[in-house]
Design a protein around this ligand. Structure first.
Ligand code: SF4
Length: 688
């Protein structure tokens, strides 16, 4: 058995699913994964993982992996060599740039790729094709939270660490199904709630596990979170429970902000949100009595018409109560993908270079121009969402998509399909022939996270290394190598031999990454940006100053804009979100037989009262129709949802996805689609 053990390879990696950023050792023999072993040294998760991190890896060895580049010819794919495919991509992108200008190209980086890969994609877009049309899928999830934090405190990231969530005396969760979306964070909260006397308040449309555990559960009318949060904030100030010392020393604009709260009385909040005034007062009192508070929020907040404003209201409440800049406090917009934080941090954004330096800031741009020896565009580009309208208007002709299943994850799948058809040229890098890839002119097989080196940034701004567990599946290649080859064929003088060299370049150009190197990230070591001049990192933000020129935070006044009028025909609200077993559209987890056996298809949750009214039972099929499309779904009657509110997993799981139903409205400040502002009708079908 000693001999057998010596054949087992143990390699440290970081989970490729959610933004918690669990790290562990993979025990492998050849390409066979024997065991996933978390370590007490794992900074984010200790010895915990969830079902996906433990059992979700079969996709890496799936027979459906792409193993050869594909080129579309006469409407069909044919196999191609890497040489032919790469030169076709480079020459077509160059042709489009020469004919229509660089701004006719769009580059979409993967929020599942490494930091180094995001860095190279944005560098290729800017240095070689002279466009800021580059983005990542944070546009579809947490961009509104980032906007809210930029307005109020300065950095677009969790203000503290997992440890603060565990140690806090009060956790307020808004619009996050934490137990299923970020299971290991939920475990921390569950333990602290049970063992440490931590209080838990949950606000959601759906009575999920955390809602059932909560000391107080709030069920606001869809899209009204801004109102109850602002009303509680006003009530706290009216009663002089706000932290006057903290505000005087550290916060600007208090008076104007307080005046802006005039309309947010408890009566107005009760009328608008449907939550009883007494319950809201109890929440205000609980916040007042708690020495520390963390607020966790996710897509239930950000994917609304005014997700940026609601995120701002959350941060305002934390400022008014002095819950920033000390342990056990702060804002926690829980990041979805494993590296959605890092893709933004490393510059795959339409208005920002790596390290959140604006493209329209002359001195920042000059720095990158000198480093990259070129002139760079100063106008922010299209984002993941607005680029689709730009395709329709003829402004975007070519698109380069890395690992993004746009058809399933973008809002209004039918609209997106049409736009992909209209492109002159589409290249997709992916592990599988995704639906988006099926529209491509060239498909390039990419390596999985276990097959390459690099770093990921988790939701607490923690940079962690992943090591190569085994070689890429034959015929596939790491994204950073593919991007480098295309950039070189298009004229770049790049010569990166290892991702560590890319990290060193990013660290030299972005102050928040100064002193970051692969040596300092060896094994289970990690660093939380922003890095300081003395080489230390920052587990808790704003201990001294907020990230504004005068070091003070800003209370940002907000207006309440009336809800979009609902057309009478579409009488039911449809919410959507994650489920524990599958990740997002399910392209990866669906390929794990154990997981897909457990949850083989998507479903529609219907409340017992609505089911009675419509004569529907669990197992029945219904047609769900919105203004934009229609899907057939199997019904699950459950009291997790109530009244005229429905729920459907966001994962298509080999089935028709929810985004066939979602529309083209978006948060005006971040352009994040309002996936959650969705009204539908249902009709019972005869077939079972
Ligand atoms: Fe951890 Fe998230 Fe991976 Fe689960 S999916 S193991 S919580 S990183």
């Amino acid at each position: 058995s000693k001999l057998r053990e010596s054949q087992i390879k143990k390699t440290k990696t970081v989970c490729t699913f959610c933004g918690v950023g669990c790290s562990f050792e993979m025990w492998t023999k050849g390409r066979k994964i024997l065991k996933v072993q978390p370590s007490p040294e794992s900074p984010a998760n200790g010895i915990s993982t969830c079902i996906k991190g433990k059992f979700g890896w079969d996709f890496v060895n799936s027979k459906e992996r792409l193993t050869t580049p594909l080129i579309r010819e006469n409407g069909k794919f044919r196999k191609a060599t890497w040489e032919e495919a790469l030169s076709k991509v480079a020459s077509r992108l160059t042709e489009i740039k020469e004919k229509y200008g660089g701004d006719s190209l769009m580059f979409i980086a993967s929020s599942k790729g490494t930091n180094e890969e995001s860095y190279l994609v944005q560098k290729m877009a800017r240095q070689i094709f002279h466009t800021n049309n580059v983005d990542n899928s944070s546009r579809f999830c947490q961009a509104p939270a980032t906007t809210g934090l930029w307005r109020t405190v300065g950095y677009g990231g969790d203000s503290g660490s997992m440890r603060d969530i565990y140690e806090s005396k009060l956790i307020l969760i808004v619009g996050s199904n934490t137990a299923e979306s970020h299971p290991v964070i939920a475990t921390r909260v569950k333990r602290a709630h049970k063992m440490n006397g931590q209080k838990l308040i949950v606000a959601d449309l759906r009575k999920h596990e955390m809602a059932n555990r909560a000391d107080i559960f709030l069920h606001p009318a869809p899209g009204t979170d801004l109102v109850w949060i602002s009303a509680i904030t006003k009530y706290i100030i009216d009663n002089k429970w706000h932290d006057t010392k903290f505000i005087e020393e550290k916060v600007n604009n208090f008076e104007a902000y307080y005046r802006s709260l005039d309309r947010f009385t408890m009566e107005f909040a009760e009328k608008t949100t449907g939550i009883k005034k007494d319950l809201l007062i109890k929440v205000a009192e609980t916040i007042h009595q708690s020495p520390t508070m963390c607020i966790l929020w996710a897509m239930g907040v950000t994917q609304q018409d005014y997700g940026s404003d609601t995120s701002t209201a959350i941060s305002n409440l934390l400022l008014v109560t002095g819950n920033y800049g000390k342990p056990g406090c702060g804002s926690y917009p829980l990041r979805g993908h494993n590296n959605v934080q890092g893709a933004s941090d490393f510059g795959a954004m339409n208005a920002y270079f790596p390290g959140y330096q604006r493209v329209d800031n002359d001195s920042a741009r000059k720095k990158f121009e000198i480093a990259w020896n070129t002139q760079l565009p100063s106008k922010p580009g299209f984002d993941n969402n607005t680029c689709l309208e730009a395709v329709k208007n003829g402004n975007i002709k070519g698109m380069y998509v890395i690992g993004e299943e746009l058809v399933e994850t973008g809002s209004d799948s039918n609209f997106i399909r049409k736009r992909l058809e209209e492109l002159d040229f589409l290249v997709v890098e992916d592990l599988f022939l995704s639906e988006t890839a099926s529209y491509a002119d060239v498909v390039l097989p990419a390596a999985a996270s276990l097959e390459k080196e690099g770093t990921f940034d988790n939701t607490e701004r923690r940079i962690q290394r992943l090591y190569k567990v085994f070689e890429p599946v034959e015929g596939s290649r790491p994204d950073w190598e593919i991007v480098q080859d295309i950039a070189r064929l298009a004229g770049a003088d790049w010569n990166y031999k290892h991702p560590s060299e890319i990290m060193l370049e990013a660290a030299s150009l972005a102050p928040i990454f100064q002193h970051v190197s692969y040596d300092r990230l060896e094994g289970f070591k990690s660093l939380q940006w922003p890095m300081n001049e003395d080489g230390t990192d920052t587990p808790i933000l704003y201990l001294k100053d907020f990230h504004f020129p005068d070091g003070k935070a800003f209370l940002y006044p907000l207006e309440w804009r009336p809800m979009v009028t609902v057309e009478a025909e579409f009488d039911l609200h449809l919410n959507n979100g994650r489920i524990l077993e599958h990740f997002h559209e399910g392209n990866e987890t669906y390929k794990s037989p154990g997981i897909s056996e457990k949850v083989p298809s998507s479903f529609l949750e219907v409340s017992p009262e609505l089911a009675r009214e419509r004569g529907i039972e669990t197992g029945d099929y219904v047609r769900v129709t919105s203004k934009y499309g229609s899907v057939k779904k199997r019904v699950l009657v459950t009291d997790r949802v109530s009244g005229k509110e429905l729920y459907m997993p966001m994962n298509a799981i080999g089935d028709e996805g929810v985004n066939i139903l979602t529309g083209r409205t978006m948060d005006p400040d971040s352009h994040t689609p309002s996936y959650k502002d969705l009204y539908v009708k249902i009709e019972k079908l005869k077939d079972k």
